[in-house]
Design a protein around this ligand. Sequence first.
Ligand code: CP
Length: 324
Amino acid sequence: KRHLISAADLTRDDAVLILDTAEEMARVADRPIKKLPTLRGRTVVNLFFEDSTRTRISFEAAAKRLSADVINFSAKGSSVSKGESLKDTALTLEAMGADAVVIRHGASGAPYRLATSGWIDGAVVNAGDGTHEHPTQALLDAFTMRRRLVGADSGLGRDLDGRRITIVGDILHSRVARSNVHLLNTLGAHVTLVAPPTLVPVGVEQWPCDVSYSLDEVLPESDAVMMLRVQRERMNAAYFPTEREYSRRYGLDADRMARMPGHAIVMHPGPMVRGMEITAEVADSDRCTVVEQVANGVSIRMAVLYLLLGGYESAAPAAPSRTE
Ligand code: CP
């Protein structure tokens, strides 16, 4: 595969290969010199039209750990604010010799447009497009679940079969939820979405998951509970839920967390709004994997860049043994 646009495009073998390659990449982080020469001489451009903390920093760290040259482009402060189009921005990057473009954009479909337009030759990686998809987030979430719920040495072929994952909150605007539903289903997990009726997308019955409106009923059956932020910036006031009512019905506090099985974990893609969808007590508890997810994101993004740009034809596990 040349691009990573959607988690829905990944076969079970693709997904397991990325997760297993990420396990190898994670071992690099434990070394005194956290760097491989694999992508020396290649250029990765981080093209961000929307704000980001975790995704942008971890793609930069991942590319640098693979020895690629990294160019960070933020639409704010660029000629995009003067009206320059995605096409002309892409042609500029192509002229600078980008081997991979990691793109975050407010418009669903922008990464697909970039990958299929012919404007650039390099690999395109979707770092979140509108309300559509965020495939590397779903991969790092699956990686975190596999480590916590199955074991770090799961190895090729073992995945999340039969695990019960609950995703809670603003499903309507969540590219993280969409990517997770597709990927978790591909990996054999059972997904239940929990949300207020106004934040459930039309057509959700076509998705490979269940929908519930009662968090308290679903919690005792969950191996992992993923809390989502309510994305006020994508809403109009007419259907924005009040913070108090939302927290009462859909927020995760210590009492609710106690209803989860003892082994179950709490996840959040970030950014969190403490006091709204998750209390500070839950966010800071050792059952919450939010910081672990960020660390795992670097390994997953290293694996994705490595497989797209350099290593797909060679055996993935061999790569990390080559140190500089
Ligand atoms: N999870 C996530 O995409 O976070 P950022 O918006 O900070 O990149």
